[in-house]
Design a protein around this ligand. Structure first.
Ligand code: PMP
Ligand code: GLU
Length: 397
């Protein structure tokens, strides 16, 4: 008899976290690992946010917070939507959670049943696939490639919608490709959804502020979508607050209420101190975020240039987030005389062991020909990591 549930046996470990764990282990054994695996800004959390957290402890924000989040934080989030996105939400439509990852899990668990279909364009973020599995629903994939800049077309969307389709879930700017859907492209998708009123959308906008095109766009902006879009966002990326674990949704009130019920039985309200810090982040000075965006854009340009110098890498120029997703299939079948590179998994293992650079296999994101490179680290480290990677790959023939 198996002791563990079928649910956990079928669940795959997050490959991004797995690679980060391997990097940490190798580093603790003395290897000089440069970690380009985890999507985590290297900047310190801005000072005014850290100060707000210290003050929160002294002010006694140490008790159970409301499940949905403090009212003033939810008001500040509603204000942010008005100010930055021209979207109207009441605080009752907002729910604060322990990271955007929990926000996503809440939404999927309250909307999905066995037999429901969730359309997820690939490459996708690793956890979408596994949360859909946890909710016992079925993932329906639309595969995209570098040729379409990893974006789906309205015709592709139309083709996979069935009476069982319940959700479309995507991120823009996208993890792992950095692709960003323009207003026109989103309208094309929203026009298709206008014909299928049973389909809801999870619009994962966690990379909203790491966008190099000048302005963010949300599929929630179209009138006919308002009642069926769930926006997922959080402070991890925009304010370099990954460890504070603070995310949120804005959604039709009945969905927010259901998520409140789910969260109330699993974790309760998100950490009280992190909530006070998030309030300072969202309603405070945005200059640190603007500076981080500029740094990321410079890194994007640098890494793009360096990747184009690696023979065989096919690469696009991402519009946002902090990832590259090059096609590395040129190396499949090649060997250094010792190791044969059969696929992207092998290539990542080869690079971590021979070049001490940690990357993530594209297989984790639904594309076996690619690898993901997170450039959320200093320019010096990026230059050194790509020099080492290029040198190790040059030994393959
Ligand atoms: N969505 C996407 C696309 C992500 O890359 C991540 C990883 N940070 C998350 C959601 C979850 O973010 P967090 O739980 O740190 O708020
Ligand atoms: N979202 C980040 C990534 O894709 C963090 C790791 C994770 O939560 O999976 O690397």
């Amino acid at each position: 008899m198996e002791v563990l549930s079928k649910r956990i046996q079928q669940l795959q470990e997050s490959e991004t976290l797995q690679m980060a764990k391997l990097s940490r282990e190798l580093r603790s054994k003395g290897f000089d690992i440069i970690d380009l695996s985890l999507g985590e800004p290297d900047f310190a959390t801005p000072e005014h946010i850290r100060e707000a957290a210290k003050k929160a402890i002294d002010d006694g924000y140490t008790k159970y917070p409301p499940v949905a989040g403090y009212l003033d934080l939810r008001q500040a989030i509603a204000e942010k939507f008005k100010r930055e996105n021209h979207l109207e939400f009441s605080p009752e439509q907002i729910l604060v959670s322990t990271g955007a990852k929990q926000s996503l899990a809440n939404v999927m668990l309250v909307l999905l049943d066995e037999g429901d279909e969730v359309i997820i364009p690939s490459p996708y973020w690793v956890s979408y696939r596994e949360i859909v599995k946890l909710a016992e629903a079925t993932m329906v994939n639309i595969h995209t490639t570098i040729e379409s800049n990893f974006k789906i077309t309205p015709a592709q969307l139309e083709q996979v919608i069935t009476p069982q389709t319940k959700l479309l879930c995507f991120s823009s700017p996208c993890n792992p490709t950095g692709s960003f859907y323009s207003k026109e492209e989103l309208k094309g998708l929203a026009d298709v959804l206008a014909k299928h009123p049973q389909v809801f959308v999870i619009s994962d906008e966690i990379y909203e502020h790491i966008n190099f095109t000048g302005s963010h766009q949300s599929i929630a902006q179209f009138d006919w979508m308002k009642d069926r879009v769930i926006i997922v966002n959080g402070v991890s990326k925009a304010y370099s607050m990954t460890g504070w674990r603070l995310g949120y949704i804005a959604a039709p009130q009945w969905i927010t209420k259901a998520c409140d019920k789910m969260q109330g039985q699993i974790t309760s309200g998100a950490c009280s101190i992190s909530q006070r810090a998030a309030l300072a982040a969202i309603s405070g000075d945005q200059t640190p975020t603007d500076n981080m965006r500029t740094a990321f854009k410079n890194r994007r340009d640098l890494v793009h240039r360096l990747l184009l110098e690696i023979p065989g890498f096919k690469v696009n120029e991402p519009d946002g987030a902090f990832y590259f997703f090059p096609d590395v299939s040129y190396y499949f079948g090649k060997t250094d005389g010792e190791t044969v590179i059969k696929n992207a998994d092998d290539l990542c293992m080869y690079v971590i062991h021979k070049a001490n650079v940690s990357l993530v296999t594209g297989k984790a994101f639904g594309d076996e020909n690619c690898i993901r490179i997170s450039y959320a680290t200093s320019e010096d480290k990026l230059i050194e990591a790509l020099r080492r990677t290029k040198e190790a790959l040059a030994k393959l023939s």
